[in-house]
Write a protein that binds this ligand. Sequence first.
Ligand SMILES: Cc1ncc(COP(=O)(O)O)c(C=O)c1O
Length: 390
Amino acid sequence: MHGTDDIATELQHLGEEEPFPYGAVTPPIVQTSLFTARTLRERHASAGMEGIYHYSRVSNPTVELAERKIAALEGTERALLFASGMAAIASTLLTFLKTGDHVICVENAYPPTRVLLGEWLPRFGVEASFIPGTEVAQFADVQRPNTRLLYLESPTSLTFQLQDLQAVASWARAHGMLTLCDNSWATPLFQNPHALGVDLVLHSASKYLGGHSDLVAGAVAGRTELIQQIARTRELLGSILEPFGAWLLIRGLRTLPVRMQRLQQNGLQVAQWLAKQPFVAQLNHPGLPSHPQHALAQRQMRGYGSLFSLRTQPLTDEQAYTFTDHLRLFRFGPSWGGYESLLIGWGEGEPDSEGRRRWFFRLYIGLEHPDDLIRDLQQAAHQAGFDTLE
Ligand SMILES: Cc1ncc(COP(=O)(O)O)c(C=O)c1O
């Protein structure tokens, strides 16, 4: 740590003060399963010492370098990396939950997280309640004497509802509950749940942190005391990230500040254009003043991700597919956080007597020029017979 340096500088230099072998600019990928000592005596003498590694399922220098940068980004004492975001989420939940515990989770959290809590953990006697999470009172309403943990995701990544992180974390602390928050959408550049009182911050590093759609990874950040317990679970489950993944993450993190500034601008520009279009009934982006929790977003975030969703006016399915068939610059898939714009969507409910229903679309705005993306959306909308405004 250089103490006074900006995070953009830390992402380049933190943990890289000493030259790498051969004066290499990029860190070595320490692609080894095992670390050995020259003598058994030396091995015994160095056991437990900092900077001594034994086996890459437990720890690895390339992985640790990336972990130091994630901890600096989140402003926490420590961070750990995992083979995926779900590995980070599952390993963290399994560390702190036991039979008889109850969890409160936001109902629009990432669907596999909901399945883990609502369908999989009940096999081990852990129960979960799901609530919108938009008011602290909703947590109090479902609280039980055995509520151990609150699972937050702010904003949620399909419907973009927020939780008041400071208020929820302080309520949880007063009741002796642990708080976890998925911060993948805002990234640590735009939101630091730990600074607002949340105990553990989770990331799918497969999204913005990796940033190039070539990495599946996850992270958890928090106090050393909690992180040490999660490290033990990671060792037992074998859920650590491999060194090459950590190296890709270090490379992605170097450009995170420049990417996020541009992605935020691009996302807002495209969302503002779409919000004006007659075929759009509702647009969910916490950065737009029309979002019901915009004031909270401004208070607890410093910026916005470029993933948002919308509901259309009633359309025929053929119109919806004609619109998406004509998009030239969007690809169709559910992940996000890379350089490329993406869209997923589906019709909601049964069609009315004229064969129309509302469609839900989630758009990820990438690093293309936003004017090109708007032109693309406009021409596809014309092909589908929608009126558009400039
Ligand atoms: C908000 C959110 N959290 C967690 C995850 C899980 O991350 P991973 O796919 O890296 O396991 C995802 C993945 O799509 C996500 O969108």
